[in-house]
Design a protein around this ligand. Structure first.
Ligand code: ARG
Length: 588
């Protein structure tokens, strides 16, 4: 189905043409004066230059040409040359009936589906998931779902941080605790045990301990670097330990992400890219892109148009070691080989932006990808506490994701228990579903690049621009529909008919915006646009609900039409929250 604005623009184009003006001036937009009209066209102003006429004369000609046009109820030319339009009631209801009948709510899927990879989550193994990873997971999951809805083939990759010094640190600490394990005996030839020599709780304690020691003790740090080096050179015992660390970590991560309703298609990590490094580096040298500067191997990537300094991309350090950049470049090589994406979207802390500018430029310059490859960096800001500083525990430590979620759930539980009597199990179940909406909506309703304040009290409130408010609205619709059924109603064959009051029309108009909102949210990688939309839609519905007795509507046809309108509103809201990554309970 066409977007409603495109349909209106088409009507305008016909009118511009028949009045003797170029149709390129016919673009219709949503009105910025909703008190006067619903749509507007400002093209007469621009056309005035070409036709050497007063804009309002052109506007008048177009309005004249529109007379009798079935799409509009009212069209007016106003000074200095705006064309203001009100939509026709039948046109509006036809549009909504079209949406109703369509599986995608009238949204036209892309006719050129592309393969898009989304690199998000990015947790580091053996380190507990902390709130910094929350944003990447939440935003990335939503972006993935939106791109999929738009019709693309989308592959989400968690891209584990499983390479580098942190592994050497863990190995070193383990060795000092349990030197008798076979992993540390370089001459050991047998099979390694299947059971990991640690639990997740131990692993999470080992890393910070080791990291602390290495900061104080140079020889400890030396040992960790040596262990990292030997691991990277392929030492068998250490490789076996790496697998244990990965297994234990990933099991725990999966459980955490499941609670967040975040699902990755791929569980690949930095270590998977390592085998691609030697050939990639060799090719960069052979092509003359990489050269030695101060002992390090670098590729120049600055451009004349740069307004700020873009340093050369470092590929190998002077001791031959690879870097974060090298790993990201090799990951691109791997992804091209295995999945041939047309686009890769990285959802990472915005402080890493320069790193990605370097990686993207270097990948193109060295021919790792074709010129058509689209790289997008979706950098997000920091989640702060109420004091405006990065979110911490009461004791000042890094807040673990699990604790943060259980805090939200507790708060939600309190509110749910107060709302109506119900069993403890039901209350907990509902608190979990609604709590997730509070966290995700609280995050996604902000533009990703901005910092925001994590405010448990505000996020869990059922009033205002929050997840729980959206869910309350959906639950309200569900309960009206249930009551209708209980009263023996059946609207299966009913159509939506012309609106009966202003708030009903306002709700209908909001519903028609669905397609362009999704399109825009996808193009700009902006889930916050979907949040803003469903907030408007929920408000429009609630206003309609308060002003209209839906089940009390006398006229049977109109009553069934309203039921269909409710069903459509529920579908649009539920589709949108699914794109944001949460769902609504049956009751609240
Ligand atoms: N593990 C990294 C971190 O915690 C994020 C990884 C982001 N993705 C990437 N391809 N570099 O900072």
């Amino acid at each position: 189905m066409e977007k409603i604005l495109d349909m209106i623009t088409k009507e305008m184009a016909k009118a511009f043409q028949s009045a003797g003006y170029d149709e390129k001036y016919a673009k219709a937009t949503l009105s910025n004066r909703p008190d006067l009209c619903e749509y507007q066209c400002n093209g007469a102003m621009a056309a005035a230059k070409e036709y050497h006429k007063a804009p309002v004369m052109i506007a008048n000609d177009v309005v004249e040409a529109l007379s009798g046009n079935g799409a509009f109820e009212d069209v007016q030319a106003v000074n200095p040359g705006f064309i203001n339009m009100k939509i026709n009631a039948d046109f509006l209801k036809d549009y909504l009936n079209g949406m109703r009948r369509n599986d995608g709510l009238g949204f036209e899927k892309s006719d050129r589906p592309r393969t898009i990879m989304v690199d998000y989550g990015g947790p580091n193994v053996a380190k507990p998931l902390h709130v910094g990873h929350l944003r990447s997971a939440i935003i990335g999951e939503s972006v993935k779902r939106i791109a999929r809805f738009v019709g693309h083939k989308v592959i989400g990759d968690v891209h584990l941080g499983d390479w580098g010094l942190q592994m050497g640190l863990i190995i070193t600490e383990l060795k000092s605790r349990k030197p008798e394990l076979p992993y540390f005996d370089a001459s050991y030839e047998g099979e390694y045990p299947r059971e990991a020599p640690f639990t997740i709780a131990e692993l999470e304690e080992i890393y910070p301990t080791a990291s602390g020691k290495s900061k104080e003790d140079d020889s400890y740090k030396e040992a960790a670097m040596q262990a990292t080096f030997e691991l990277q050179q392929g030492r068998k015992g250490y490789q076996a330990l790496l697998r244990h660390i990965l297994n234990v970590s990933v099991t725990d991560l999966k459980r955490n992400y499941e609670n967040l309703k975040v699902e990755f298609d791929l569980w690949k990590g930095e270590s998977d890219a390592q085998p691609y490094i030697p050939d990639m580096v060799q090719a960069m040298k052979d092509q003359g892109h990489a050269y030695i500067s101060d002992g390090a191997l670098v590729v120049d990537i600055k451009k004349e148009t740069d307004t700020k300094e873009v340093p050369p991309c470092m590929i190998l350090k002077s001791d031959g070691a690879s870097l974060y950049t090298t790993t990201d470049l090799a990951t691109i090589v791997e992804r091209m080989k295995l999945y041939q994406p047309d686009e890769i979207i990285y959802v990472v802390d915005k402080r890493q932006e320069m790193h990605f500018v370097q990686v993207f430029r270097c990948a193109k310059k060295c021919g790792l990808v074709s010129e058509n490859m689209r790289f997008r960096f979706l950098g997000f800001g920091t989640m702060n506490g109420k004091d405006g500083k990065p979110f911490k525990t009461r004791e000042g430590g890094v807040m673990r994701l699990e604790y943060l979620l259980s805090d939200i759930n507790e708060e939600m539980l309190k509110k749910i228990r107060e709302s109506r009597p119900m069993s403890e199990d039901e209350a907990r179940e509902i608190a979990k579903v609604v709590g997730l909406s509070a966290v995700k909506y609280g995050d996604l309703s902000n533009q990703a690049s901005k910092d925001y304040v994590f405010d448990v009290e505000r996020f869990t409130s059922s009033e205002g621009n929050t997840g729980p408010y959206i869910l309350y609205t959906i639950v309200r619709i569900k309960s009206i529909l249930k009551k209708y059924e209980e009263q023996g109603g059946c609207a299966d064959n009913a159509e939506i008919c012309a609106y009966g009051n202003d708030s009903e029309k306002a709700l209908m108009l909001e519903l028609t915006r669905f397609g362009s909102v999704i399109e825009n949210a996808y193009e700009e990688l902006a889930p916050h646009k979907i949040c803003a939309y469903i907030y408007d839609l929920a408000n429009a519905f609630n206003k309609f609900y308060h002003e209209t007795s839906i089940l009390g509507t006398e006229d049977e046809v109109q009553k069934n039409s309203r039921i269909q309108l409710l069903i459509l509103t529920r579908r649009v809201l539920e589709t949108c929250i699914d794109l944001l990554g949460f769902e609504a309970p049956e009751r609240m």
